[in-house]
Design a protein around this ligand. Structure first.
Ligand code: NIG
Ligand code: FE
Length: 415
């Protein structure tokens, strides 16, 4: 069946041939068609163009459904390339503790943070984790997200890490959203291993990875390479072990300091290095010429009151930048990619064009989906949304906190 979206005020992020990413000055350019149509055939994008060039024969085809998009914009669904949205429960007590003056690192050192989630996850059943995650995915899709990467990392034992990854697999099989799974056994050193870190690393390498690979539970592998978490040498050891099983890296790096995380990620051929609150010239140099996508997580920097990544400097140097939500109960309890764009514009001084490129084409690349979604391109999966009446795309980041989405189309189906 063909679905035709007509009289679109602005059809955003159009391309005839899928590109991998946009970088440097190109990020300021956003291809937009005004007064346009979009044809969806089955679950794929078929074609688009200007209304005054609309091929009349399309209307004669057998089963056609038309949607009038007067005064509305049409966008490719957002790709959220970094989330931890399978988790047992919220952690607002830590939020209150931080308001009263404790730091995120102090909370983590006292057994809160990731270890707190791990303790609660041990008790949660696969069913409970699945149904709460389904609700979160539903909420994200209502705000325009059509593809999500989800990490394990609240297990920290072989049994619980596998439980999380099986939940993610179940989500992949049952959700209308595109989902990628990332194995993050190296999210924190669990209780009891503080004095023997290598013992836990050996468990990840010798116990967890073989099962993750044998059951094909993950697309990528992550390590929290940062101050107080995993060192550069440990990260290298872990990523080399993952690579033997064909798992490409997507790592947490430089959130808490200039720790060498970006360099080790690039050296190990990571698809993305994420967070990047601390980026200097050496980090920029190592990213230039690589195929690693620098990914910024404004929600975490905002929520934890951390420095904002030097995104302008990175783009001026010619780098691409992706944006993701980092949706998780500790550092970013929101998966609203519209708000992420508002933060990108207000706090990182990205223009709306740069922010939109970062949440579509570039974040699709950061989760290995650049040929599947992230733009309005013939042959790509029909994951798009129609906005409410809006004056133009700059209104999306401008109305911070509000939801511009009116109609969601995933796999060519109206949700
Ligand atoms: O991306 N930085 C590491 N991990 C998560 C936080 C996890 C948590 O606090 O539960 C993050 O911010
Ligand atoms: Fe994260």
């Amino acid at each position: 069946m063909k679905l035709i979206l007509e009289n679109i005020k602005e059809l955003i992020q159009v391309e005839q041939k899928a590109k991998s990413w946009v970088n440097g000055k190109e990020m300021a350019k956003l291809p937009v068609l005004k007064d346009a149509y979009l044809v969806i055939d089955g679950d794929q994008i078929d074609s688009f163009g200007l209304m005054n060039e609309f091929p009349p024969n399309f209307r004669n085809e057998d089963i056609v459904m038309e949607i009038d998009c007067t005064d509305r914009l049409v966008m490719p669904s957002y790709c959220d390339s970094h989330t931890h949205l399978v988790y047992p429960c919220s952690r607002e007590q830590e939020f209150v503790d931080r308001i009263k003056g404790l730091t995120y690192e102090e909370i983590a050192q006292n057994g809160g943070g990731i270890l707190n989630s791990a303790m609660m996850l041990e008790k949660a059943t696969e069913n409970e984790l699945f149904y709460t995650a389904v609700q979160r995915l539903h909420e994200l899709s209502m705000m325009g997200t059509g593809a999500v990467e989800i990490k394990s990392g609240y297990g920290l034992t072989t049994e619980s890490e596998l439980k999380m990854l099986r939940v993610i697999r179940h989500l992949k099989e049952n959700s209308p959203l595109l989902i990628k799974a990332t194995f993050l056994g190296a999210h924190a050193i669990p209780k009891g291993y503080q004095d023997n870190r290598q013992k836990y690393i050996d468990i990840i390498i010798n116990e967890m990875l073989p099962v993750v690979a044998a059951e094909e539970l993950a697309d990528y592998m992550d390590v929290f390479c940062d101050q107080g978490f995993f060192t550069v040498d440990e990260t290298k050891q872990l990523l080399e072990a993952g690579a033997k099983y064909g798992l490409q890296a997507k790592i947490h790096a430089n959130e808490l300091g200039l720790t060498g995380g970006i360099q080790v990620g690039v050296e190990q051929g990571a698809l993305s290095v994420d967070h990047l609150e601390y980026v200097g010239d050496a980090e920029i140099q190592s990213l230039l010429g690589s195929e690693t996508m620098p990914t910024i997580l404004p929600g975490a920097a905002f929520f934890l009151d951390m420095p904002f990544s030097p995104v302008r400097k990175m783009m001026d140097a010619g780098l691409p930048v992706a944006l993701a939500s980092d949706f998780n109960p500790g550092s970013s309890p929101s998966g609203n990619m519209n708000f992420i764009q508002s933060l990108a514009c207000l706090k990182y001084k990205m223009t709306p064009e740069e922010a939109i490129n970062a949440v579509t084409i570039n974040s699709a690349y950061a989760m290995g989906l650049e040929h599947v979604c992230g733009s309005i391109c013939p042959g790509k999966q029909a994951n798009v949304f129609i906005t409410k009446e809006l004056s133009g795309y700059a209104a999306i980041p401008y109305y911070f906190g509000s939801n511009p989405v009116e109609t969601i189309i995933l796999n060519g189906q109206i949700l």
